[in-house]
Each structure stands twice: as C-alpha cells, then as structure tokens.
Design a protein around this ligand. Structure first.
Ligand code: DSN
Length: 418
C-alpha cells in the first residue's frame, strides 16, 4: 500500500497505516460511512486527477478533453439508466456542493427555502444558521410530529402555503423513515415551488430499488456518492430535462470550478456495480440488518425514535440509560465501536451533548455482520450505556467487540500488498 509515499514520507505513511488498522479493528456504525470497493480507491487515486478542465463534454474551456469527454458521457448514460433519470450532472465534489449547484441554478438572494430543521433530522446545507446558505436565502422549516416523530406533512403544507417558498427540500441526514415524495411534490406544485430531494444518505438503497425513488417526483435530486452508495467522496445531481440547462449552469460556472475526473471515474464504476444483483442483495441486507438492530436495541432497553426504521439508520434515545450522546459516542469509540451523537427530535440537550445517537448499518453489513453479531453489538452498547465509567465492563466490552470484528475482514487478504 502507498509504496511511493512509504519511501518519500514514512511519517505520513505510518499515519495512514495506523488508520487502516483502526478501521480494521472497529465496528463502524456511523450512518454516513461505507467501505469503498478497491476499484473506487484505485480510480480515485488514478492519473485522471492530472486533467484540468471546465465545462461539459465537447464544450470545454481547455484542451485535451477527448478521452475524459468519453468518460463523462459514459457516466451520464450509466447514471440515467441506473436511476431512471432524464438528466444528470456528475461534476459535484460532494453532497453539499450538489445542493449548492441547485441553489445557484434556481434561487436569487433573498428567495425562500422550506426545509427540514437540522435538529429534527435535516442537513446543515439546507439552511442551518451555522451554514453560509442561511446568509443568502430566507429559510423556513418543517419538522416531525412530536407524537409519531415522523414528518408532519399537514404542518409542512400549512407553512408552505403561508410562506410561499421558491424551493422545498426533502431529505435528511438523521431521519429513519421513508419520505412521502408524492405528497411533497404536490405541495410544491400548489405553491409554485421547485421541489428538491437530497437523497445523500439513501442513494444506494434507491439505486438498488429496495426503497422508493424520489426521481419521478422531484425537479432536482441531489446526492453525495459516499454513504449507502458506497463510492467516492463526491456528489451528483439529477433533474428533469426541462431544468437541464439551469442545473448545468448552476454547477459550472454557478458554483464549482474544474471537474474532478478521478472521483468522477470512481462514481462511474459504482454506477455499474450498483446495477448488479450483488449490490442489490447488499442493500437489502442493510435494510434487514437495520430493522433487526432497532429491535435488538429495544430489547436492551433503548427507545428507538419513531419506533423503528425503514432505511439504513436509526436514532436511539439514550435518556432511559441516563447517558448523553456525547458520553455514549466517546465511550463506544474507546472500546472500538464508532457511532455519532445526534440530537433527537425536541432534544433538551445541545447539539454538542445530545440525548441521542445515530446508528447506521452500511459498513457493518458490507463486512458481513448479521443478526447474530448485531445482537452482541446491541448488548455491548447497553452495557456501555449503563456503566460508561466502569473500567472492568469497558475492558470486557472492548475484548468482545475486537473478537467479533476480527472475524470479518475490512478488505480481502493481500488487497494492499504491492
Ligand atoms: N451529512 C453528514 C452525515 O450525515 O454524517 C456527513 O456526511
């Protein structure tokens, strides 16, 4: 692995090896993570990083584009076929810049956006006061019903009719339920708003057709290509053909510069992989494992926000255990399980402390963990939550976690031999 860096910069090389070991020894349950196939890693580090170009195929601003034009066009073909979309732009560097491309495409400063509140499951780039987007556009928010902890569509509709936003955003980073895209599209149509879905977390599940797709309902669908799509650290945006020019201009020159062909190639490889029966089976297992894990956590005395999950993640309310999300995350990390602290709806605790944790099943499912192992993980989580300062309990949990994960290699043996 990294045979040139090993020679020229051993200090940096050793740190990368250290993180490989950490990844190998960790039960990875951060919902936005996945383990990329070796081809994704290979292409992300390929010679395509050398090419500087702006613009679209056959309309570039620099020379030497004849090969990468073919690559980008291959990507369009695969992406449109995989997701059943009319138009795609594959130039986004991430899920965040995918969102910025759409804002640049359809919004003017001061325009109104209606999106899900961050502390109810939404995303920073959808209008959190902490994000620069909130300085440019006016934001109103919808959230979840306090009883069901699922999106309150009636309240959303009422707010949309009062506010008359130019853009309504669906999609979240911590929402475990399916979203009613049809209803939201109708609301958007009634108030004359564009409808955008950020499917960053669920793109792999959508590609595998194991949950419903937002593509038929939305004007724009944005995504990162990490997370359940299990590909490069990059993004993509789909839209209806009638918005194609707007989107392409919003991407370049609207919000991005030159194209990252190395990560684009990795995404394009993943479009082929995501169409395979193997990927479909993997995504079905992710769903099954998430449902199983939610039940296992309930059996260990945790409350699952909204009573379960329909996707790859769940939100766990930790209050019954008297532990904060911050302590739960840090203590689990110390014994080799990674999750992230997360606010639960109407959380009395701050985002830095939180009363909840978000747990995702993509990475563990990729490694091969199933119900037998997840039952053990849920049991470890209970013991850690109930005794986060008991060093004997933590030592026993660390040993069990390490033994469990060591039976499931991160990558095949010899994958990184030179
Ligand atoms: N959006 C953040 C998350 O869901 O974890 C980072 O990708």
């Amino acid at each position: 692995m990294l045979k040139y860096t090993r020679q020229s910069d051993p200090e940096l090389y050793e740190l990368v090896v250290e993180d490989l070991k950490r990844q190998e020894n960790t039960i990875e349950m951060i919902a936005s993570e996945s383990t990329v196939p070796l081809e994704v890693m290979e292409l992300s580090g390929s010679i395509l990083t050398n090419k500087t170009l702006e613009g679209l195929p056959h309309k570039r601003f620099q020379a030497g584009s004849e090969v990468v034009d073919k690559i980008e066009e291959l990507g369009w073909q695969r992406a449109k076929e995989l997701f059943g979309a009319e138009h795609v732009n594959l130039q986004s560097y991430s899920g965040s810049t995918a969102n910025y491309s759409v804002f640049a495409a359809v919004l003017d400063p001061g325009d109104k956006i209606l999106s899900m509140r961050l502390d109810q499951g939404g995303h920073l780039t959808h209008g959190s006061p902490a994000n620069w987007v909130s300085k440019i556009y006016h934001h109103d928010f919808y959230g979840v019903d306090p009883k069901t902890e699922q999106i309150d569509y009636d309240a959303l509709e009422k707010t949309a009719k009062e506010v008359m936003p130019k853009l309504i955003i669906a999609g979240a980073s911590a929402y475990p339920r399916l979203i009613d895209y049809e209803r939201m599209a109708k609301i958007a149509e009634e108030v004359g708003a564009y409808f955008m879905v950020d499917m960053a977390h669920i793109a792999g599940l959508v590609a595998a057709k194991v949950i419903p797709s937002p593509i038929p309902w939305a004007d724009f669908v944005t995504s990162s290509t990490t997370k359940t799509f299990c590909s490069a650290r990059a993004g993509m945006v789909f839209c209806k053909e009638k918005h194609a020019k707007l989107l392409d201009r919003g991407t370049f020159p609207g919000s991005l510069g030159s194209v990252h062909f190395h990560t684009m190639a990795a995404k394009i490889w993943s479009m082929k992989y995501a169409a395979s029966p193997e990927f479909r089976a993997l995504m079905q297992k992710v769903l099954d494992n998430a449902k199983f894990m939610a039940k296992a956590m309930e059996e260990e005395g945790f409350r699952i926000v909204s009573g379960g999950t329909d996707n790859h993640l769940m939100l766990v309310d930790l209050r019954s255990k008297g532990v904060s999300g911050k302590v739960f995350q840090n203590t689990l990390d110390s014994i080799g399980i990674t999750v992230n602290k997360n606010q639960i709806p109407n959380d009395p605790a701050s985002p830095f402390v939180t009363s909840g944790a978000r747990i995702g099943l993509t990475s563990t499912t990729q490694r091969g963990l199933g119900p037998d192992e997840l039952k053990v993980v849920a049991n470890i989580m209970r013991r850690v939550a109930e005794a986060p300062e008991d060093t004997a309990v933590l030592a026993a949990c660390q040993k069990e976690a390490r033994e469990l994960i060591s039976a499931f290699p991160l990558y095949p043996a010899g994958a990184f031999e030179d």
